[in-house]
Design a protein. Structure first.
Length: 256
């Protein structure tokens, strides 16, 4: 049993973002790129399955600045194998083409189960997991908060609004979009990370993909315009309630 985990990158949450001179992307030279938060959850879930069943875990990432370090982190957290996919220059905002590149690589690797984060900052609608499943021709479920292997199927807990869960059985091989692992991602010590830097030998796979003829194109990227600061209300409850009603009427939010 081999579980593949798609590793994608995002800016480190603590870094200040700046728009590049072209106005269509962030300035990537000024930020550290790390494993995206939901892919981190998918990686942890894969390692938990490994610990429970003896499966192997393969971390797969598309060639980009920072992917080598991200895969070392994945290895330090429990991946047995790391693979870099050479797909040429890809638009980081084109999740459809990225999914096609992952699908070609995974077709060569032939895992039994693929885990991928439910979304990234570049994949805010969660398209990657369904796209990947379609390209592979495998069953798929997203917004999953737990995965286990039972009698040759992936039993997944899928979250719905209102705190409800559905339990689904997916025939393997399958693709699962993970929202959260069964337990929080584990801490990796610096000594373990240094060890991974010498032990993790990344393999490479070459694939050829082309962007769809009608792919969406990012026209511009800019910081949000600063708005007027908050207005602090003073007085007792009745006075503040009257002031709130007055402001709402002035803004056209109340018509009566």
């Amino acid at each position: 049993m081999d579980i593949a985990v798609a590793i994608r990158l995002m800016p480190n949450v603590g870094d200040e973002l700046e728009v590049d001179p072209g106005g269509t992307d962030i300035d990537r030279e000024l930020v550290e790129m790390v494993i995206s938060e939901f892919d981190d959850q998918a990686l942890e879930e894969a390692v938990l399955i490994k610990e429970a069943t003896g499966a192997t875990v393969t971390a797969v990432g598309l060639r980009a600045e920072g992917i080598e370090q991200a895969l070392r982190v994945a290895y330090a957290r429990g991946a047995d194998r790391v693979v870099i996919v050479e797909a040429g220059e890809l638009d980081p905002y084109d999740s459809r083409t990225a999914a096609s590149a992952f699908a070609q690589a995974l077709g060569q690797l032939a895992p039994d189960l693929v885990l991928i984060g439910v979304q990234t900052p570049y994949d805010v609608f969660g398209q990657a997991a369904p796209y990947l499943a379609v390209d592979l021709g495998w069953p798929q479920a997203s917004v999953v908060v737990g995965v286990s292997l039972v009698d040759g199927t992936a039993r997944v807990h899928q979250e719905y609004a209102g705190g409800r869960l559905a339990v689904l059985g997916l025939q393997l091989p399958a693709v699962v979009g993970v929202q959260s692992a069964s337990s929080p991602p584990r801490y990796v010590s610096m000594s373990r990370l240094r060890q991974a830097m010498t032990q993790a030998k990344a393999e490479t796979l070459e694939v050829t993909v082309a962007a769809p003829a009608r792919a969406a194109k990012l026209i511009s990227l800019a910081r949000p315009e600063p708005q007027i600061g908050a207005k602090m209300l003073e007085g007792d409850a009745a006075q503040m309630a009257a002031e709130i009603v007055k402001v709402l009427r002035e803004q056209g939010a109340l018509v009566a």
